[in-house]
Design a protein around this ligand. Structure first.
Ligand code: GDP
Length: 371
């Protein structure tokens, strides 16, 4: 590119930059440099190939991680054509799914979920097999920032060749996010992942969603100053198959033991869970790797117990039913509200209801197409 600072343009007969004439001093205007079409002209443009559902399924069944990731991306996409492809892939993978231990892990931020998953993950991989770590993170939907999204939180596991870590899908409602995670479980299982962890932040609604897709639900707690039971919702305790008290190390051991006793007696007051399994409360330290064997021994015993008494199968069937109705509910709602003709009808009805000219019930039924 030639640099015409004070260039006289012979074609147009005037200075390209009149500011550069002797009239103006202390100012030089340089010509702009046009953007090169490509920084490296030898680089071939790389286009991501799109794979057909059949190719994706073939890759997934071979355990190809790239193909698995691509399929999960389709599952997470909101584009209708992607969703159609994702459905096809899921249907074809379904016969090969179901063969994993699905473990839900919850706990408030700071309870030590990532530290623990790192250690628990390596523990299960010791005996071979594969592990998928998925997450449902309600914060990512509200704030667009994710508490669980960062892979590097699980330092050792993220480098393990048999571990597949996928942050939470972020688009849509909690129900939508949870459904995507559930579908991702199916794909991971078809790809040979025989252990699946689903992590969530222990702050409310998301536990129910995770509980409805796992076999074992683990609640990670930390010992506080005698107020362990405060702030944890009874509903979450009722869902837990095991409560594990983390950070039982150093000066904290006594407090952790106290918390253990308190949780044990609190559990006594809850109704017996449908599995027939009496939830256990254990202390451990994820950071110092103390008590990890005991936690996994409990999980092994649990799986043996629910396999023997038939609860494992029963719960999986119940969960499939739950997801069918859950999907019907969310799809009905989506179709109702997404209908472009409905917006005007809705605001009209709303106006009539607000001015007391129509009852909310009649308005609703009319909108739903009933007379
Ligand atoms: P998360 O937010 O639940 O994923 O929690 P993290 O795993 O990020 O842990 C939060 C903090 O607690 C970090 O500073 C960890 O180093 C610390 N931590 C985690 N596990 C333990 C433990 O077993 N003992 C102690 N003393 N600290 C721990």
């Amino acid at each position: 590119m030639d640099n015409k600072t004070t260039s006289f343009d012979p074609h147009h007969g005037h200075y390209e930059h009149p500011e550069n004439s002797s009239e103006y001093t202390g100012l030089t205007v340089n010509s702009g440099v046009s953007q090169p079409p490509c920084v490296n002209p030898y680089m071939k443009p790389r286009r991501r190939r799109t794979f057909t559902p059949a190719e994706l399924v073939e890759g997934i069944l071979k355990g190809d991680v790239t193909m698995l990731s691509r399929a999960v991306t389709l599952v997470e996409s909101v584009a209708p054509e992607h969703q159609a492809m994702a459905r096809e892939v899921i249907e074809k993978c379904l016969p090969y799914s179901g063969n994993s231990r699905r473990i839900g892990i919850t706990g408030v931020p700071g309870a030590g979920k990532s530290t623990s998953i790192d250690v628990f993950g390596l523990h299960v991989l010791r005996d071979g097999g594969k592990l998928a770590v998925l997450a449902i993170d309600p914060s990512s939907e509200r704030t667009k920032g994710s508490i669980l999204g960062d892979k590097t939180r699980m330092e050792k596991l993220s480098q393990h060749p048999e571990a597949f870590i996928r942050p939470s899908p972020s688009a849509g409602s909690l129900g939508g996010v949870a459904r995507k995670t559930r579908e991702t479980i199916i794909l991971c299982e078809a790809a040979g992942y025989n252990n699946v962890f689903v992590e969530t932040v222990g702050v409310g609604q998301s536990e129910t969603a995770v509980h409805s897709m796992v076999d074992f639900f683990m609640l990670i707690q930390i010992a506080g100053a005698g107020d362990e039971l405060q702030g944890i919702k009874r509903g979450i305790m009722e869902m837990a198959d095991g409560i594990v008290i983390n950070k039982a190390d150093g000066d904290n051991v006594d407090r952790a033991r106290l918390a253990q006793a308190q949780f044990k007696s609190a559990l006594q007051l809850l109704p017996a869970p449908p599995s027939g399994w009496q939830p256990e409360v254990l202390c451990y330290s994820g950071y110092y790797e103390i008590g990890i064997d005991e936690v996994w021994d409990m999980i092994d015993r649990y799986f043996q117990f629910i396999t023997d008494n038939g609860f494992f199968e029963r719960q999986r069937r119940e969960q499939a039913r739950y997801w069918m109705y859950e999907t019907i509910d969310s799809e009905l709602r989506r179709r109702f509200y997404d209908d472009p003709d409905r917006a005007a009808a809705l605001s009209n009805a709303e106006r009539l209801v607000l001015s007391n000219r129509l009852s909310p019930f009649t308005a609703a039924l009319k909108l739903l197409g009933e007379k």
